[in-house]
Unconditional design. Structure first.
Length: 63
């Protein structure tokens, strides 16, 4: 099972309403609306999930 990055719902890859590839990763969606939202602004939904090193300015201790 995959997780829809827009709404967080579990999605069966074989019966998903849609899928998109972004930065070499395939994302599956529960509905065409979630796919549309993702396709319009994928960074909003994958921020920090695919490559944490890209966000190194936000890492480190927070005291």
């Amino acid at each position: 099972m995959a997780i829809d990055p827009v709404c967080g719902m579990e999605v069966n890859e074989e019966t998903a309403a849609g899928k998109s590839e972004y930065r070499g990763v395939t994302y599956y969606f529960c509905s065409p609306g979630c796919k549309r939202a993702f396709d319009q602004n994928p960074e909003q939904y994958v921020d920090g999930q695919d490559d944490p090193s890209e966000h190194s300015e936000h890492s480190g201790p927070h005291h």
